[in-house]
Design a protein around this ligand. Structure first.
Ligand code: ACO
Length: 436
């Protein structure tokens, strides 16, 4: 980061001395006021719950311009990556800062491919779960459990160890998600097959059975690969910040990523695609397109507590660029699978049409986010709704790992330790139980 000539001055109405703070510039995006010395100089903290105005770190990985609806991975627009690159190239880019050449890509593919198997013991963890357990509950457990297996790479200060952990995480997530699915179906686990692509291999582990050959459908493979690319990173979102905070204590990388999985589960974050599809199904069951108007009235009524899932974003105050790409993919997949008349897709298009014209949404700059169409694509592919967030976790793992690695590699990194504005009781004496 570059020190700006500009400085920020904080003055107080009680006449105490103003304090000056340095301002830093990034390559693009808002400048930041460096308030690290605020407490030392004034005895005050800043107050910003929800991080509305706070940059929690310096990062060179992903940039979002929410007003323009722009998303860049290492400077490359998501629209170009989604069309010209596959998920493995995108992963290499996020981890290393540059797109791979052909030899680098082949080598990276090889490394990932040869780490896709998980220790056989992982099956026993799975068997401890109820068959109807939520996949994200299982994934949180399985990813955390992986911390127990790799004693050869636990020194997070060693870049080689961090690299091998990154490869293992990216490689094994599809295997774990597919095992979670197979377990819920009571079907045998399918082992990875090394002559398939990352995404083709995942589809086979999900949908093949030992009874017959499985042929990967090209359109479905491309669509899922695109879903992975679009979800691969999204700068300092809640789950990534969770991974950074958890990892900042120096914990095992699998444990830090398990924390990210847990955070992603929530409906305001990764759980939104599941919630969005459930919402579409519910509107469909209650009368479909004819009832859309009624549903929108509920959404606009603050008392109802109903939100239009898949709409709105903390950062994007314009169309989420991923939503456009996802809508394209959605059309492609539905056509390829002969589902052009899918009623949920029609319903989603109608909701979007109304929302983009309705002053409630226009005034609040609420646009479709990536989750609005991704659920319809996944459902068409045959992925059950409850597994959507696990697919998101699979794709986001590379982003989490890249951000974790960036943090640990920074010589200036510190354990994350937010402060608070305390409003509870001040010191008081414990009264013995009989007198309370
Ligand atoms: N439906 C109806 N109203 C909404 C919606 C929505 N989906 N999203 C925001 N609003 C309204 C709020 O009620 C609020 O109105 P007000 O100013 O009158 O009080 C205003 O828009 C601003 O919303 P906030 O909740 O303050 O915005 P915030 O940045 O905190 O929330 C969030 C962003 C959580 C994504 C929100 O838009 C939401 O809940 N969306 C639905 C869930 C969703 O799709 N999440 C996916 C996020 S993307 C991802 O994780 C991949």
């Amino acid at each position: 980061m570059k020190l700006s000539e500009k400085k920020a001055t904080l003055s107080f109405s009680d006449g105490s001395n103003p304090v000056e703070f340095p301002v830093y510039q990034g390559t693009v995006g808002p400048d930041v006021v460096d308030i690290r010395k605020l407490y030392g100089q004034t005895g005050m903290f800043t107050y910003d719950p929800g991080f509305m105005s706070t940059a929690s770190c310096e990062s060179a990985i992903t940039y979002i311009d929410g007003d323009k609806g722009q998303l860049l991975y290492r400077g490359y627009p998501i629209e170009q990556l989604a069309v010209n690159c596959d998920f493995m190239e995108t992963s290499y880019l996020l981890l290393n800062g540059e797109l791979p050449n052909a030899a680098q890509k082949a080598d990276f593919n090889h490394q990932v491919t040869y780490h896709t198997m998980v220790n056989e013991q992982m099956q026993f963890f799975l068997r401890g779960f109820r068959r109807d357990a939520h996949p994200m509950a299982i994934m949180t457990g399985l990813v955390g459990a992986m911390a127990a297996f790799y004693h050869d790479s636990t020194d997070i200060t060693n870049p080689e160890h961090r690299h091998i952990s990154a490869i293992r995480l990216i490689a094994k997530m599809p295997t774990l998600v597919a095992m979670t699915y197979k377990y819920s179906q009571g079907q045998p686990f399918i082992y990875p097959q090394n002559d398939l692509s990352y995404t083709g291999n995942f589809l086979r582990m999900m949908f093949a059975t030992p009874c017959e050959d499985y042929k990967v459908n090209d359109v479905v493979e491309r669509a899922l690969d695109r879903i992975f690319i679009l979800h691969a990173d999204h700068e300092q979102n809640a789950s990534t910040s969770t991974v950074r905070l958890c990892g900042s204590s120096g914990t095992n990388p699998f444990a830090a990523i398990a924390a990210g999985v847990a955070c992603l589960w929530g409906p305001a974050h990764g759980g939104a695609n599941e919630a969005c599809l459930n919402m579409l199904e519910q509107i469909q069951a209650n009368g479909g397109i004819a009832k859309v108007g009624e549903f929108m009235e509920q959404v606009k009524d603050k008392e109802s507590g109903v939100r239009l899932m898949g709409f709105g974003h903390r950062v994007y105050k314009n169309y989420d660029p991923r939503a456009k790409l996802m809508q394209e993919t959605c059309k492609e997949v539905l056509t390829a699978l002969g589902l052009e008349n899918d009623p949920l897709f029609k319903l989603a298009m109608e909701l979007e049409r109304i929302a983009l014209e309705d002053p409630y949404f226009v005034e609040r700059k609420l646009y479709p986010n990536v989750d609005f169409y991704s659920g319809i694509v996944q459902r068409a592919i045959g992925i059950p709704t409850s597994l959507f967030t696990a697919i998101f976790a699979l794709a986001r793992t590379v982003g989490w790992v890249a951000q974790w690695n960036e943090m640990i590699s920074d010589p200036a990194y510190k354990i994350g330790r937010p402060r608070q504005l305390f409003t509870g009781d001040t010191a008081r004496d414990v009264v013995e139980i009989a007198k309370r």
